[in-house]
Every structure is written in structure tokens, then in C-alpha cells.
Design a binder for this molecule. Sequence first.
Ligand code: ADP
Ligand code: 5GP
Length: 202
Amino acid sequence: MKTGKQGVQKKTGLMIVLSSPSGGGKTTIAHRLLKRDKNVIRSVSCTTRKPRPGERNGRDYFFTTPARFKAMAARKQFLEWAKVHNHFYGTPRRWVVEQMERGRDVLFVIDVQGGKAIKKGHREALLIFLKPPSFSVLKGRLEGRQSEKKADLKIRLDNAKWEMREGRHYDYHVVNDRLGQAVSQVAKIIKKERQSGRHPSA
Ligand code: ADP
Ligand code: 5GP
């Protein structure tokens, strides 16, 4: 593993990035994957967005204020961070380093900017992009989730168009049509990468 200035220092577990447009199924698929594969653990990000009903601080995100977020960014406490759909999101660096040095595979459920930033510092990172079967299915799923107000929903759907284009930088693309199949495909990719020798210490 390469060493970025703020990166992970030792050769260890896999870095697995899962991205998609909002509503693409990242959270759902990550949840199922984590149940299935006990060597994979999820990085919990910091965010300045408000919690959704049912979300728990420290489990889904570390919910924080813009001022605290900025202070953390200034102290280089994020492995990467980005502004997404008008809120800030960042991956706490220290926890990731500790887990990877213990040999755990770390899953990052982050946006395409974050995925590209991680790949830049860690070329061996595995980038998986989830695609919806169609834009109308994506819209239906996002609306069905009922987690955003109309204006926020519009921002997310508008952003989905360039996020879909940015997906071209990813190593693998998985269409999230039937959930079970998509989860199996992601699990298969991870297994294949572990066995490939491209991740010598995995
Ligand atoms: P993301 O984390 O990428 O924003 P979610 O995992 O929250 O997306 O999924 C968005 C919505 O779509 C959720 O209500 C989820 O239950 C639903 N969903 C995800 N994958 C599928 C699928 N394959 N088939 C049907 N509904 C799905
Ligand atoms: P949501 O508000 O729907 O939970 O997340 C919005 C977007 O921010 C999603 O694409 C999600 O993956 C992304 N995101 C969550 N955490 C991070 C992070 O730490 N870094 C980056 N770059 N994106 C993140």
C-alpha cells in the first residue's frame, strides 16, 4: 500500500469503496454485506447534515456542526472529505488506519469525490460503483425512502446525473436491480480481489 501524507502507513486489509447516486442502494447493500462478511467493517463518517429518523449518532454517522467539521478538516483528521448535496461529509482517518493495521477490510460508503480521493492516495483501493437499473427507478426508490424534502430530493436527483458519469473512474460497476443479486455480485468482487494477489497482505 502506498503511503499518502495523511494516508494509511502499513500494508494491511482492503480498502473497499462503495458509491452510487443517492438512492442507488449503497446503505442497503453495505448493511447486507456486513452481515455476510465478518472481516469487513464499515467506516463511520462525520457529517453536518441532520440525522434522519432512525439514524443513530456513532452508528450511521457522527453528526456534527459545520464549525467542528471545519476544525477537524484543518487538523487533517480526515482521510478525505467532500461537500455533497450541500452538506459536508468526511472519513475519520485515525480509526481507519487502526482497523486496517489490524488486518480488517474497511468499507467506505462514500460519494464519487471521496472514492476518487481515496484511489489517488491508495491505488490498490477497490472502487465499486452501484448503478440503478434506470433513472426512473432511482427516482422512485429515492422518493419511496421518504427521507428528503422536495428541494433536497431535487438536488440529489440533479446530482445523480454527473455522479453516474463519474462512476466511469471506478474499478467495478454493479447494477442494483434485484437486491440479492447485487449483494452477491459485490461479495464476489471482494472475494476475487482478496484472492487476486493485487492486495498482497489481504
Ligand atoms: P443510498 O444509500 O445509496 O442513498 P439506500 O440504500 O438508502 O440508497 O436505498 C434507497 C431506497 O431504495 C431504500 O428505500 C432501499 O430500501 C431501496 N432499495 C435499495 N436497493 C433496492 C433494490 N434492489 N430493489 C428495491 N428497492 C431497493
Ligand atoms: P446521505 O446524506 O444520503 O447519507 O449521503 C449523501 C452522500 O454523501 C452519499 O453519496 C454518501 O455516500 C456520501 N458520503 C457519506 N459519507 C461520506 C464521506 O465520509 N465522504 C464522502 N466523500 N462522501 C460521503
